[in-house]
Design a protein around this ligand. Sequence first.
Ligand SMILES: [Zn+2]
Length: 713
Amino acid sequence: MKVRRSFAPLIITLLLAFQAGSAPPWQKEEREERIAGFTLKSSRKETSIEARLASIPQPAMCQRFLLYLTEEPHIAGTERNYQLATYVRDKFKEFGLDEVSLVEYQVLLSYPKEIVIEMVEPKPYRATLREEGYFRDKDSYDSRVSLGFNAYSASGEVTAPLVYAHGGNPEDYDKLLEMGIDIKGKIAIVRYSMPYSYRGFKALTAQQRGAAGLLIYSDPADDGYMRGEVYPFGPWGPESHIQRGAIVYDFLIPGDPLTPGWASTKGARRIKPEESETLPKIISVPLSYQDARPLLENLAGTVAPAGWQGGLPFSYHTGPGPAKVHLKVEMDNKTRSIWNVIGRIKGNLFPEQTVILGNHRDAWVYGAVDPSSGTVSLLELARALGKLLQEGVRPQRSIILANWDAEEFTLTGSTEWGEEMVGELKRVAVAYLNVDSACSGSQFGASAVPSLKHLLPAIAKEVIDPNTGRTVYEVWKERVEKQGGESMVNTQLGSGSDYTVFLNFIGMPIVDMGFTGPYGVYHSQYDNFYWMSHFGDPNFRYMPTMSVIWGMAALRLANAEILPLDYASYGEEIAHYIKELSDEGKRMGKKTNLQHLQKGVERFISVARRMNTKVEEMLVSGVPPPGEKVNLINHCLMKVERNFTHREGIPGRPWYKHLIYAPRFTYAPEVLPGITEALREGDEARVRRQVELLAEALQRATITLEGVLEQLP
Ligand SMILES: [Zn+2]
């Protein structure tokens, strides 16, 4: 993997972020060669380490790993996924990581026992629930591929008229009601919509509206032939592809539904399934457009409203009926074992401070993109870091490489580990860097807390994009600008992958990233080696590129003299959220006094700016304070994100402890969730309490940063 060696433009941008352009001219020359958080001297050393790291990951290795990982279906809780856990463990050991272990949890997993979907009126049709084979792709004939199913669907049997309810969101059912159609007692058929909205929210909405059952299908307008050529000739979803997936309500509490808020270790206390808030009470099954078509074709009634028409070649109607559907689902829900793999490299200067990298291993079927491309990047990065260790290059802080299990079910493996380790992680964790799918194409994208939003653009300037030969940064920036995006890194964090426990439960800075592209086979059996080697990453160059970016991010955080966490930027974002919320309150005619909060965040920003300036001056001078002091400073910096959490959590969702970010039920981000939700529900007393909690959090964070200032010369 090639890395660009000139690094002049990099630091300028960073400094602008740090100092708002106030750099005195005498500092400029030197500044142009420093990495954020490093002195010039240590930057040079870091640059040479990163160059060595970047030279190690290889396409051929990635191809080999991917072939092995995608050889068989590997749903969480199966023998094969356990074998893959031991494979990752053995590779970590072979590559020379210092400590490697398998960590087992026992969690409720949900498989299908029997699923029947048949139209009984006006003519008989029985859904196949299977995906068709393609003769050049042996994986597509594997009899071990599961039926299409929604994990944690309720079990039951019902026969009822069918209603087409578009995306199955609350506004869709409202629209139906306006048209005189009540979903109560009927079976809803809804689309998986693009952009993505979490299917569990569709299930909860249908349950709340009293639907008797829910069918979620992939419309060709969303991920099939209306988007482009379909598999096996292109990357989009063919007629019979099925998007599997869990419908658990993990926007309330993620992790094992039977151990909400504590770890599912052997012998742990478990609640009864009936006591779980997160298990759906509705029957839900996913369908291909092949199986959905006869059902939709047999709906009459009103013509579907504008915007509801999908890509099938007939005019969509809402029903109800004449299509009547018999739906039978029997799930096999049991507490089963899952295995995380945890590999650790011990830091040589500050071993207790730890940077954590994670990716999940379990897939719905083969999971070439989701998640095996990420597992490949993790393995190749482990090999690269292991090689550096052999060459005597050890990071200053510790690095953990984690390979999670059962992410697909309810972010389970990472959540259970986070819940078990919460005390220790609060003390030692620097940041969590997540890669779920490393690549389904060549477009780089990233999310991060605002304190880390500078990190990936800086790194992307050093890494070559395999397709164009330009830097990843240039290609990324150009795309964001074309799409009219405001910033390259998304700082508004929802949910949907393993970073959730680290951000929302523990209060760690997080990063989430990946390369994406046209990808219509998500969670279907066609997300396999054939698909990846023809469409996603045909030359196996983006997986090693991800290893390089991920590794550089880890090393910058592990080796920086002063952790490059920019709290002035964070404060500015929070100030922006407060302003928007205050405007929203005004529009709603609500008296929301957020002045107190505004003052608090201004104080926080001003202290953070002073701190950034002082840190910069010190790093520019080339003389950081002695190790003892640096250690204290970094410990304070690690605490700031923790300060943004509160043990009470968000009202109604106490597991979600972060006061700045939470997922909505769709997984979309919600900022200042406690205040926002109280405001929208018109609960003034709750607004006041939530404002108070956030003001206190900002105060705590300000005091923490003042602690850093005290230590600085
Ligand atoms: Zn995934």
